[in-house]
Design a protein around this ligand. Structure first.
Ligand code: MN
Length: 290
């Protein structure tokens, strides 16, 4: 084992600390019920960890290592980088899940494939929590619709499991350590209190020193200079998506504003994409189109 994946450093599991740590979390307040099984836990909760940067990512290693403090971590991650894979699911080829170390599996598919295989097939028990990341770079605003990191958490939510996506704006050693430490704190709270129905958390950890935590809304990116047009060595035009630095609309209360202010951003996302105000406004179209 491991010979096929020389770059993969598997962290050693840490001793069980779950009972002590869970007790340290304050009692849940009114609003939404805690998960049924979070009380009187007799064993460490199973946590499924995945990402979209691939099995060799230092972000994955940092996250899996830190969450060993919270529960029994199983890692199921793509064999290569699948950033911007969105919520794609592999339907037209078989998938392999290879155990490269105890509770570390590599899959030749997307982040969504990894969560689906983990929950429906590979793992012996149903995870209590899905955590995706730590992404090497931010997942803010409109970008989350492309994000494989966020989509893996979406898949957990679709399967009825509380899920967190976590990204480090600055993927340095310090940035990853900060995000990994916060993931532990947040995982304990989510395991204790649960999440509102059909809701996942998209977390972005800012660069530099952290100056607080903010619950935010999704920001808005300005799309400009997105495509680079060049000529290949044979004189044919090619295009490259993603040229230039992204710019953002400065809107109050957004994920972008929070990380600019040095705060950890937590955006609750839900899977119902309906624009209810628009549905009301367009009601008149029913007769118009009948
Ligand atoms: Mn990524």
């Amino acid at each position: 084992m491991g010979g096929q994946w020389p770059g993969v450093q598997i962290p050693a599991p840490r001793p069980a600390l779950i009972h002590m740590l869970v007790r340290a979390v304050p009692e849940p307040s009114a609003g939404f019920p805690p998960p049924v099984s979070s009380r009187g836990m007799s064993k460490r909760p199973m946590i499924l960890v995945t990402n979209d940067d691939g099995i060799r990512s230092p972000g994955l290693k940092a996250l899996a290592g830190s969450l060993e403090e919270v529960g029994e971590v199983s890692v199921i991650a793509p064999d290569r980088e699948r950033s911007a894979a969105g919520h794609s699911l592999t339907l037209h080829k078989p998938l392999r899940a290879t155990e490269i170390a105890p509770r570390w599996y590599v899959v030749d598919g997307t982040p969504t494939d990894c969560v689906t295989l983990g929950v429906m097939g590979v793992l012996k028990e149903r995870p209590r929590l899905v955590v995706s990341g730590i992404n090497l770079g931010a997942n803010l605003g409109d970008d989350i619709t492309y994000s494989g990191t966020v989509s893996a958490a979406v898949e957990g939510t679709l399967l009825g499991i509380p899920a967190i996506a976590i990204s480090a704006v600055e993927p340095s050693e310090h940035g990853l350590a900060t995000a990994a430490g916060f993931a532990v704190r947040l995982a304990l709270v989510v395991l204790e209190r649960g999440l509102p129905r059909d809701t996942l958390l998209n977390v972005n950890v800012p660069a530099g020193e952290v100056r607080g935590v903010a619950v935010t809304r999704q920001g808005k990116r300005s799309y400009n200079e997105l495509i680079v047009e060049k000529m290949d060595p044979r004189g044919k035009t090619y295009y490259w998506i993603g040229g230039g630095e992204p710019t953002w609309e400065l809107l109050g209360g957004t994920d972008y504003e929070a990380v600019v202010e040095g705060k950890i951003s937590i955006t609750p996302l839900h899977l119902d994409l309906t624009n209810y105000a628009a549905a009301e406004a367009l009601k008149g179209w029913e007769t118009l189109l009948t």
